[in-house]
Design a protein around this ligand. Structure first.
Ligand code: NAD
Length: 374
């Protein structure tokens, strides 16, 4: 195994070498999904899996989260080659007690495993009003909001806490070296007649690692206050996250984001999966996600008028005078909806690094994408 294969961040970043600063090219979502499906099929996935993973990745790009879009294939393809990501796995129930559901993923594509696990949780919540899901042993699950949307489309509320088990990226509050993953949290509430579904979905680090990869691809510096270099000094260079020893991301909002990141690892890692972000798990060369999720019927939350009260609350909050330069108060999920609309119309702007990466991964498997990517 080469050094690049052992370090999943470096695997993704290596494709950026030499193509910094190349321009953006708009690619139609349906064509991009077709190219990705072909690539995944060539990498061993059955047709159904290739479609689910391709759609998830392209949807992340459509919603503006390029950090979790098709660029992830740079990490997934080498992981398959060395057996760290296993195509064609399915979610398996490994335990059930009342509303508690434990599901294993066999190191399969997280986009398939987490989707199937969430379907099981939705089925359980429809029966009794509540499901408590512990998902373990899944490869990277991608954009967590996708699973929240699954629940909101089913009319259910979801609270999801995820740990990321790979090389640590985030320094604890007051620390100078990375210890934690970017451990995302997602809270979603279904749409009412007047309010679209609320989809809150973010990493508990000040910024996601993938956003450093995207900035590197574009030859850009990061905003101040997000990163430490390997010596623990503030830096704006996204490349520090792909060096050895690496730099560190700061937690979101100081001690508060650190607390949330830690609790993700406590809930999803220590309690739910026996895979906390400790060195024996972090240094396996894999990128694993475990998830602890509570899914419930909002009508069982204690207020039969919850939808009307939610509408009042959202209307009141929206009706806030805006800061200079801000057009409107947005609710969680709205920026993604707007970006999706725009990118469906105009194409997904892919940078040169990502296009070169897709081309290279395709050629390695005897594929020519031709018109699909341009
Ligand atoms: P982010 O910083 O872009 O924040 C996104 C959230 O903030 C969304 O809920 C969005 O609707 C809301 N938001 C953004 N701008 C807003 C505004 N102006 N007003 C109101 N709300 C606004 O997200 P991020 O932390 O960069 O995370 C990006 C993605 O990365 C997420 O989908 C997350 O699930 C994913 N992620 C996955 C992993 C993993 O291991 N699978 C790890 C980290 C992050």
């Amino acid at each position: 195994m080469t050094e690049t294969q052992r370090d999943p961040f470096a695997a993704a970043a290596s494709f950026n070498a030499g193509v910094y600063g190349t321009g953006l090219r708009p690619v139609r979502a349906d064509r991009l999904a077709e190219a990705v499906r072909r690539l995944l099929r060539a990498a061993g996935s059955e047709a159904g899996e290739a479609a689910v993973v391709a759609d998830h990745l392209v949807e992340a790009n459509l919603r503006g989260h390029d950090s979790h879009g098709v660029g992830m294939l740079a990490m997934y393809m080498p992981a398959i080659a060395v057996g760290l990501l296993r195509p064609n796995q399915h979610a398996t129930v490994i335990g059930q007690s009342g509303p508690f559901l434990a599901v294993g993923g066999g190191s399969g594509y997280g986009q398939v495993i987490a989707r199937e696990a969430m379907d099981l949780a939705i089925g359980q919540a429809r029966l009794d009003g509540l499901a408590v899901l512990s998902l373990r042993d899944s490869h990277h699950i991608g954009r967590v909001g996708s699973y929240g949307e699954q629940c909101s489309e089913a009319g259910l509320v979801a609270l999801a806490f995820v740990n990321v088990v790979t090389r640590p990226a985030v320094a604890p509050h007051d620390g100078t070296r990375p210890r934690l993953g970017t451990n995302p949290i997602c809270i979603t509430v279904p749409a009412t007649q007047s309010t679209p579904a609320l989809i809150l979905d973010f990493a508990t680090s000040a910024v996601a690692v993938g956003k450093c990869r995207v900035a590197m691809g574009k030859g850009q510096e990061m905003a101040p206050g997000l990163l430490l270099d390997p010596q623990g000094e503030p830096t704006r260079d996204p490349g520090v996250m792909f060096q050895d020893p690496s730099g560190a991301l700061l937690p979101l909002g100081g001690h508060k984001g650190f607390g949330l990141a830690l609790m993700c690892d406590v809930l999803a890692g220590a309690l739910a999966s026996a895979m906390p972000g400790t060195p024996s798990h972090q240094n396996s060369g894999r990128v694993m996600n475990n998830m602890f999720a509570i899914v419930f019927d909002p009508a069982r939350g204690g207020n039969a008028q919850w939808a009307a009260d939610l509408d009042d609350l959202v209307a009141y909050v929206r009706d806030t005078p805006t800061a200079p330069g801000a057009a409107a108060i947005q609710m969680p999920g709205e920026p993604e909806t707007l970006t999706r609309r725009q990118r469906l119309a105009d194409g997904i702007p892919l940078d040169g690094a990502t296009l070169a990466m897709l081309d290279s991964l395709g050629r390695e498997r005897g594929l020519e994408f031709g018109d699909l990517l341009g």
